[in-house]
Design a protein around this ligand. Structure first.
Ligand SMILES: [Fe+2]
Length: 404
């Protein structure tokens, strides 16, 4: 099926500056023999269908094959320089990155010190994340008064009729991948599928709820290392009644047919968050891959111009062999893609853009190989879904796969 997105590299004049920065970031990521994992633990969640314990991957104990929670070796994104770096020590970091950073206008000792401080703060944040996230959740539960409490429990009326029709098809015993592709109609980029997910009224109420939360005195965490503005929906209490049933009853039947080769049949945990782009805050997002087997990205609104997504290829494919495709956001519609499919977001030029992101994980896949560093994971216990690894993978994940 021919994709419907725009061929991005043909628009060289408009985006040439960005191609250049992507090449630098991508080459550096590979040249540095990345040894770390991004650290994204979630909050505690109890649900009857979840495996009993989820495990978190600490930053890069994998190289030595030991679990060292004090290890500060990890991969970091320097947003200002659009560069992924590996940090083990200041000495290693200077050797590996000082010359490159100088070519990216980080050319004074003060600027270099600022970069170092940024990394050290991030190391500290990751180390404390699990505990601070649990603390935030407890305070939110205590003091936050939801504006639309009914939103926290998934209802069929929130879902777009076309989405329900698609899922109905996926649940049929005679459903096939080709039959589903015919129903989906649109492939926005290779193996990137677009379809309506929510009703417009739901999107508007959800944004009202999130704005109400933002304006409250309740504590807020950052959605991930790349987005500075947004909301972690597990901390707000959306997981148990909303995202777990959405993943299990609606999204997994769909991903089972579309991505059986990427753990789509066995998605057993997730991390859901909302990201916000604003002219005074984050404008864009660098080229990256997600800590997920499959990602759903739904455009909630509001009014904005530009800010399209662009997709390259699976991260193992060099950028020089990649043809990027630009894909626009459409309010209420979702883009479903593989987590390892390289992508980024172009800058908005006006307004405010809100997107709901669901990173779905398959422990059966990631227990074998960490998708962030390509190594056999070495685990320490985390809270809630953590990074989606399970220690006793066979018993727990086989059950969820049988159910699919
Ligand atoms: Fe992403």
């Amino acid at each position: 099926k021919k994709h419907t997105g725009k061929n991005w590299i043909s628009l060289a004049g408009r985006f040439s500056f960005r191609v250049q920065s992507i090449v630098i970031a991508f080459n550096t990521l590979h040249a540095s023999n990345v040894s770390g994992c991004l650290f994204q633990p979630c909050d505690k969640l109890t649900h009857s269908l979840c495996p009993p314990s989820y495990w978190v991957r600490w930053p890069a104990p994998c190289r030595q094959g030991k679990t060292n929670i004090n290890s500060d070796s990890s991969v970091f994104l320097l947003k200002k320089y659009k560069l992924h770096v590996r940090f083990v020590s200041e000495q290693q970091f200077r050797l590996d990155y000082e010359p490159l950073l100088r070519t990216l206008s980080c050319d004074t000792e003060q600027q270099f010190t600022e970069v170092l401080n940024e990394i050290l703060q991030e190391v500290d944040r990751r180390r404390r994340f699990s505990a601070t996230s649990a603390e935030r959740s407890a305070v939110i539960k205590d003091i936050y008064q939801p504006l639309h409490p009914q939103l926290y429990c998934l209802q069929e009326s929130y879902l777009a009729p076309k989405f329900k029709k698609i899922i109905e098809y996926c649940q049929r015993s005679d459903a096939s991948q080709q039959g589903l592709l015919d129903l989906l109609e649109e492939e926005a980029a290779p193996r990137v599928y677009r379809f309506p997910v929510f009703e417009r009224g739901f999107c508007e109420q959800l944004m009202e709820e999130l704005e109400n939360f933002e304006q409250s005195s309740a504590p807020k965490g950052r959605p991930n290392t790349m987005n500075h503005y947004g909301i972690l929906l597990n901390e707000l209490g959306f997981d148990e009644g909303f995202f777990t049933p959405l993943r299990e009853q609606y999204l997994r039947p769909l991903t089972s047919l579309l991505y059986p080769d990427w753990g789509g049949r066995c998605l057993d945990s997730h991390k859901a968050f909302v990201v916000k782009y604003d002219m005074n805050e984050d404008l864009d997002l660098s080229y990256h891959y997600d800590n997920a087997e499959v990602t759903l990205n739904v455009s909630l609104g509001k009014d904005f111009t530009d800010g399209n997504l662009y997709f390259g290829d699976i991260r193992q494919i060099p950028l020089c062999e990649t043809e990027c495709v630009e894909v626009e956001h459409r309010m209420t519609e979702g883009l479903l893609h593989r987590g390892q499919h390289m992508h980024g977001a172009l800058p908005i030029s006006s307004g405010q853009r809100w997107n709901l992101i669901i990173w779905m994980r398959a422990s059966q896949e990631r227990n074998k190989l960490c998708p962030m560093c390509d190594r056999k994971p070495t685990l320490v216990e985390g809270m809630g879904f953590a990074d989606g690894f399970t220690k006793h993978s066979d018993a727990s994940t086989l059950v969820s796969c049988v159910l699919t």
